[in-house]
Design a binder for this molecule. Structure first.
Ligand SMILES: Cc1cc2nc3c(=O)[nH]c(=O)nc-3n(C[C@H](O)[C@H](O)[C@H](O)COP(=O)(O)OP(=O)(O)OC[C@H]3O[C@@H](n4cnc5c(N)ncnc54)[C@H](O)[C@@H]3O)c2cc1C
Length: 374
């Protein structure tokens, strides 16, 4: 029986382990942390947004979105729900198509995986940091901090560089590079945006349901609605996280702070701070009046400009843009440089928008690997 080592016990690693075991392989999961699935347990603000009913390649960024489309056609949102429910639980979409466990507890999804891995007899080794992988004839040698393992196939599912506190510091790119792979430029996405300090002064803690438009050289390149939360040095919230996938330093964010009210209606109403009672948050009204400085308050509410100075970086990001290019793998995400080496999850050059798309990629890529494993 072929022995497969899965490096990384996150969403992709645990999924591929379960799927490979079902196909009859002997599976060993090597996870550097003391527990499996720590990041999965923290997803979706602790509620676990596992996929989205609005699933297509349009929600992804990669070097080959046609390959992403083919992958999603083989294992999409419904397959994710079926896969998870085959282990237990009920998964339901909210009004915006985001799919969560009915319990709204991300840690319980990790528990489902742990139970299934134990039930099916997958060998788990935690506290097992993989330092390197090399080839020895038909076999792979896995160098651990303590000891080594000889296996027939390797699945590299060690994540990207975002949210280092969950064990993902980008160390595993070196393992891929040792086999001749490249890594596309990396940047943090699904992350708070830093803006000019004077533009957000006095707004910290204010939350609105608004529209975020991203402008580059005066041209709109993205627009999306949702939560906008003003922070010390910029903006956060799900609308901003989604916009961060499209944003670069120097871009302008134009916020519509009241998208359901027309500018005409606001113009007829706006004559100073008092006139904004029950229109916008009082703190926001004060800051708006200061910034408008007697000029058109209604226009400022509809088009509140912020200058993007950067992001809060990988440490605070939910996902990584860039990674091992899809074009260096076949349809089963097997390395084109080294037969028997496979990739799954965020280590690949695929990232999705906010809303369940990154976990969907973890599950989809796991499926491709498990189905194609020879
Ligand atoms: C706070 C937060 C919230 C998020 N919320 C959502 C959400 O609601 N919906 C969504 O779709 N996506 C969400 N994401 C993104 C999503 O969690 C990731 O894209 C996904 O977990 C990636 O899965 P993965 O298995 O590829 O990597 P990971 O889940 O990052 O797992 C990789 C594992 O590999 C281990 N590892 C790394 N290097 C080594 C090594 N050398 N040896 C051994 N083990 C190693 C790490 O410890 C880690 O456990 C969120 C991310 C964060 C940080």
């Amino acid at each position: 029986m072929k022995k497969i080592a899965v490096i990384g016990g996150g969403a992709a690693g645990m999924s591929v382990a379960v799927m490979l075991k079902k196909r009859g392989f002997s599976v060993l999961v090597l996870e550097r942390g003391e527990r499996l699935g720590r990041k999965l347990s923290a997803t979706g603000n602790g509620q676990g947004n596992v996929t989205n009913t609005d699933m297509s390649k349009a929600h992804y960024f990669s070097d080959d979105n046609e390959k992403v489309a083919r992958a999603l056609a083989r294992f999409g949102a419904n397959d994710t729900v079926k896969f998870l429910e085959s282990m237990g639980g009920i998964f339901l979409p909210d009004a915006r198509g985001r799919v969560y466990p009915a319990s709204r507890q991300a840690s319980a999804i990790t528990d489902l995986f742990r139970r299934e891995l134990a039930r099916t007899g997958v060998e788990i080794r935690t506290g097992a940091f993989v330092k390197g992988v090399s080839r020895k004839g038909e076999k792979f040698i896995i160098e651990l901090e303590k000891g080594r393992e000889e296996v027939d196939r390797v699945v590299l599912a060690a994540g990207g560089k975002a949210a280092e506190n969950f064990g993902t510091d980008g160390n595993a790119y070196a393992i891929a590079k040792a086999f001749g792979h490249t890594v596309t430029p990396l940047s943090p996405v699904l992350v708070q945006l830093k803006c000019r300090a004077d533009e957000v002064r006095g707004l910290r803690g204010i939350r609105v349901d608004g529209l975020v438009r991203v402008l580059r050289a005066g041209k709109e390149i993205y627009s999306g609605r949702g939560d906008i939360l003003f922070t010390d040095n910029g903006v956060s919230g799900d609308a901003v996280f989604r916009a961060s996938s499209y944003t670069e330093k120097g871009d302008t964010l134009l916020l519509d702070l009241l998208p359901d009210v027309s500018e005409e209606r606001l113009t007829s109403l706006c004559a100073g701070e008092d006139s904004l009672l029950c229109v916008v948050n009082n703190g926001l009204a004060r800051a708006l009046c200061k910034r408008a400085n007697g000029k058109n308050l209604a226009a400022l509410i509809k088009r509140f400009p912020l200058t993007v100075e950067g992001t809060l970086g990988f440490m605070r990001a939910q996902a990584t843009r860039g990674g091992v290019p899809l074009c260096e793998t076949d349809e089963s995400l097997q390395s084109k440089h080294c037969k028997g080496l496979y990739f799954a999850g965020e280590i690949l050059n695929v990232d999705g928008e906010c809303g369940g798309y990154n976990l969907q990629w973890a599950f989809t890529s796991a499926f491709l690997v498990a189905e194609g494993m020879e």
